[in-house]
Design a protein around this ligand. Structure first.
Ligand code: BGO
Length: 242
């Protein structure tokens, strides 16, 4: 059975370098302002039937940039078997924001803790096992530039793709917001099915136009959802997306 692996991560986390290493391609590495935003596909070297897709660099799955729109459309519509989320080992905290959003999409996620050589050179000691336990997510340290950890990464990605295990627990918001999300989830469930449920619920709470359009919600449901969101916004005196 063919397997697809999607590489996702912040800009400059080493996705193109890893894509080239994994597939033997020669995509241009480095900043490329102004080029067409698209995902690139290649075959995983020495693994027949395994495709690797390099998604545009993104900071979140909000629809604010072309990169974000392309990446999230791909994840929602093409359903890769596993997402390899590149996290820059020298900038973990900032990179993990995207990770929390990728979990919500509801596909298996494997973290490649890339640029581990840079972190080591900086004198950082990362307890990968502990981080993996804390995040409850498999993590493989890699250096795409030096080709380190890529064998283990591919084995883990293929194993996870075959198992198809997805996350069922997510980062929790305040009880008030979680209560609002539960109500929204109940309202959209008949239109959304079970796929990407947490992601869709959070995005509807953020009034994400594209996700709401895709769900094709009735005017009555939209009204009920708006009332739920407004109530939270009034309680916090803040916008739902923040
Ligand atoms: C330049 N380790 C190290 N040390 N560097 C890495 C690693 C790694 O594991 N992975 C990637 N890089 P992209 P996105 C560069 O281009 O793949 C480096 O945006 C330079 N270029 O070599 O493009 C990689 O696709 C001049 O570095 O990332 C690249 O995610 C001087 O990280 C950069 C120094 O990689 C971004 C670096 C003209």
């Amino acid at each position: 059975m063919p397997i697809s692996i999607a590489l996702a991560g912040n800009p400059n986390c080493g996705k193109t370098t890893m894509f080239n290493m994994l597939t033997g391609s020669r995509q241009y590495v480095g900043n490329r302002p102004g080029v067409t935003v698209e995902q690139k596909t290649g075959q995983l070297r020495n693994h027949k039937g395994v495709a690797v897709v390099d998604l545009p660099g993104i900071y979140s799955l909000s629809p604010y940039t072309m990169e974000e729109v392309v990446a999230r459309d791909y994840l929602q519509k093409q359903h890769p078997d596993v997402i390899v989320n590149l996290v820059d080992a020298s900038n973990i905290e900032r990179n993990l924001y995207l990770t929390t959003q990728l979990w919500e999409i509801g596909l298996p996620v494997l973290i490649a803790l890339n640029m581990i050589d840079v972190a080591e050179k900086n004198g950082d000691k990362i307890d990968v096992d502990k981080l993996s336990r804390l995040l409850d997510c498999e993590i493989v340290p890699t250096s795409a530039l030096h080709g380190e950890g890529l064998g283990t990464l591919c084995e883990s990605a293929i194993r996870m793709a075959k198992r198809g295990e997805t996350r069922t627990h997510f980062c929790r918001f305040s009880p008030l917001v979680e209560a609002a999300l539960s109500k929204i989830a109940a309202l959209i469930a008949p239109d959304a099915g079970t796929l990407h449920m947490r992601y869709r619920t959070v995005k509807v709470f953020e009034r994400d136009k594209k996700v709401m359009e895709d769900l094709g919600l009735s005017a009555e449901k939209r009204g009920a959802i708006e009332a739920i969101i407004k109530k939270c916004e009034t309680a916090y005196d803040d916008d739902s997306d923040s």
